[in-house]
Design a protein around this ligand. Structure first.
Ligand code: GBH
Length: 470
């Protein structure tokens, strides 16, 4: 038997959700339309035309959900604020929208669950998309006003604030590949969106920091563990450099070093607008952060495709100029590995999480003194509920167990990891997959909206309660 892995005192155990994925009540209390409302209503974009109108009805059932968190020993809850509730038209403040997050926060505090707020998890007000969306610089200014409005309402009761969730997804899935809202397929729009998201982050950091020096501020990024198919092959090494650059360094370098990585800018030369970066932008973007949120699910093994060779079927569309999120790197092939996969088809690679956290500590967060939090990690599996709705989800439990082992290894190797949020508390609206993919440790019956904790939830409650993984 392995020795129990004991986590540092004060380690924060939590679960995560996002507004559009769980709240429902999409048209209540003055909420405006967001880009996901529109995208989900566009035929062919989301699995079976699902949308977030009802979702988990968290908007009405938040008290029940917070009680459940307490029962599961969860010390923190990472949620996002819907910008379209707070500024339905992208400009005017809607007090009723803010009131919901006050009620939620007060309920969390009453039950000793630390609120961890994300300002933006992909649900831009449709009104702002119509005047240019993230490819437009103005959106960063609207976002900063929004950050101030949320701070006015919640600044006295929330310590942890992250600006954006996964700007890579917003920019490149949303505006380059079009697999996410708003469904644009233009590489230049993707590059513009990425910069303006970073600028929005920097301006909001500046705004919040100048209001209150005691807040713990930062951003959440998604990371991929990238490995060359053949470590000795220069073409594969270059493919790995490109994908690591586009997925990881694209955001880390400006945030922590105040510049974009020169090799990425060079790879993107044909789609990088000359007037994109304005003097002063990078200073704002590199405002020192207290926390870095790390979302980790999987990784990729990549191969450089020689120009005279046809790429594998999965990458053919991309190589022939079809939309890809990996702007400027159309000649990279993703090589599936013979390892377990989740229901998303993502490879299970726990070692990648250890390597990532150690690297972030060594190359980025260390010098800045930024603390690392795993803000998302978890897995979708094909759950089979019994007659009572109970799910014996051994695969998910195992996924979380091995990834917590990976976090523990990283801490032992010196990474300053201060907490772990499991994605997700509830089964919820899984973006383009609708309700077809379930990430929850609590099952949601979408007919009755009843919540039933799965085996993984019971197990995770023991971990959170004892601060150790047996
Ligand atoms: C997160 O994004 C989101 O923050 C959350 O809202 C969402 O529900 C959750 O994950 C689950 O999807 O094709 O093997 O290369 C995840 C971002 C980026 C993770 C792309 C997987 C591709 C894996 N994803 N990545 S692979």
């Amino acid at each position: 038997m392995n020795a129990p892995k004991v986590f540092p005192d004060g380690f924060l155990w939590g679960s995560a959700t996002a507004a559009y994925q769980v709240e429902g009540a999409a048209w209540e209390d003055g909420r405006g339309a967001c880009i996901w409302d529109t995208y989900a209503r566009t035929p062919g974009m989301v699995h079976e035309g699902h949308n977030g109108d009802v979702a988990c009805d968290h908007y009405h059932r938040y008290a029940e959900d917070v009680a459940l968190m307490e029962k599961l020993n969860l010390g923190a809850y990472r949620f996002s604020v819907s910008m379209a509730r707070v500024m339905p038209d992208g400009r005017t403040i809607n007090q009723a929208g803010l009131d919901f997050y006050r009620r939620l926060t007060d309920e969390l505090l009453a039950r000793d669950v630390v609120p961890w707020l994300t300002l933006y998890h992909w649900d831009l007000p449709q009104a702002l998309e119509e005047v240019g969306g993230w490819p437009s610089r103005d959106t960063a200014y609207r976002f900063t006003e929004y950050a101030g409005a949320v701070h006015d309402a919640l600044g006295d009761r929330i310590r942890f604030w992250t600006t954006l969730n996964e700007p890579w997804c917003s920019a490149f899935l949303g505006y380059a590949e079009g697999r996410h809202a708003p469904g644009v397929t233009d590489p230049v729009a993707g590059v513009r969106a990425a910069h303006h998201l970073m600028l929005a982050h920097g301006m909001a950091m500046h705004e919040l920091r100048s209001r209150d020096a005691d807040l713990s501020l930062g951003i959440t990024l998604n990371f991929a563990d990238v490995t060359p198919a053949d470590a000795d092959d220069p073409g594969d090494q270059d493919a790995a450099r490109r994908i690591d650059g586009l997925s990881n360094r694209y955001f880390l370098d400006p945030l922590f070093r105040g510049h974009y990585s020169p090799d990425i800018v060079e790879d993107l030369a044909s789609v990088w607008p000359q007037d994109l970066v304005v003097d002063g932008d990078l200073e704002l973007i590199s405002t020192p952060m207290d926390v870095l949120g790390v979302n980790y699910y999987s990784g990729n093994t990549v191969r450089g495709v020689p120009a005279d060779e046809a790429p594998a079927a999965a990458d053919r569309a991309r190589a022939q100029g079809g939309p890809t999120p990996n702007v400027g790197s159309e000649h990279v092939e993703f090589v599936p590995q013979d390892v377990p996969h989740t229901a998303m088809g993502w490879e299970v690679r726990p070692q990648g999480l250890t390597d990532l956290l150690v690297r972030l500590q060594r190359d980025y967060s260390g010098p800045a003194g930024t603390e690392l939090y795993v803000t998302e990690n978890g897995a979708a599996y094909d759950d089979q509920p019994d007659a009572d709705g109970f799910v014996q989800d051994d695969e998910r439990l195992d996924y979380v167990r091995t990834h917590l082992g990976a976090v523990h290894d990283a801490i032992e190797a010196g990474a300053q990891v201060k907490g772990y949020f499991l994605w997700s508390l509830l089964d919820n609206f899984e973006w383009a997959y609708g309700y077809d993919k379930r990430f929850g440790i609590v099952r949601v019956d979408y007919d009755t909206l009843a919540r039933v904790p799965k085996a993984s939830a019971r197990w995770f409650a023991t971990v959170a309660g004892s601060n150790r993984v047996e």
